[in-house]
Design a protein around this ligand. Structure first.
Ligand SMILES: [Cu+2]
Length: 127
């Protein structure tokens, strides 16, 4: 019974991912420098940014979030995108409308790190 809804949610997430991946590709001004060499050591040196946004979709099965972010200078302009998170335990409490903060890294537009739900902010009742 709930299966139809889940499938539609997954399809929606997929559509978001495709659309937003294209949007972000246009924002990649600098070609990746680490075409050769150890990717791990290069990745660790990447700059971090503080991310703020409002959750627009929660997929607890896929452990994915869609978030409408505020401008993150040098990383991403305001848009709605789907992400995975580094701390999936947030799925125990996170919900649509929550305002969250996280850490993001240059060149990594798919993962929100150390997601925190901001207390007292974005607690809208509308879905
Ligand atoms: Cu984006």
């Amino acid at each position: 019974v709930a299966r139809t809804g889940t499938n539609r949610l997954v399809a929606l997430l997929g559509a978001f991912a495709v659309a937003t991946a294209a949007a972000c590709a246009r924002r990649t001004d600098k070609p990746a420098a680490e075409t050769t060499g150890t990717a791990a050591s290069t990745a660790q040196a990447k700059a971090s940014h503080v991310f703020h946004g409002t959750v627009t979709l929660v997929d607890t099965t896929a452990k994915a979030l869609s978030v409408a972010n505020e401008n993150v200078p040098g990383w991403m302009s305001p848009m709605t995108m789907t992400y995975t998170v580094s701390n999936p335990e947030v799925f125990a409490s996170i919900k649509v409308g929550d305002h969250i903060s996280a850490t993001v890294y240059d060149g990594d537009f798919r993962t929100l790190y150390d997601v925190k739900i901001d207390a007292g902010a974005g607690k809208t009742t509308s879905r």
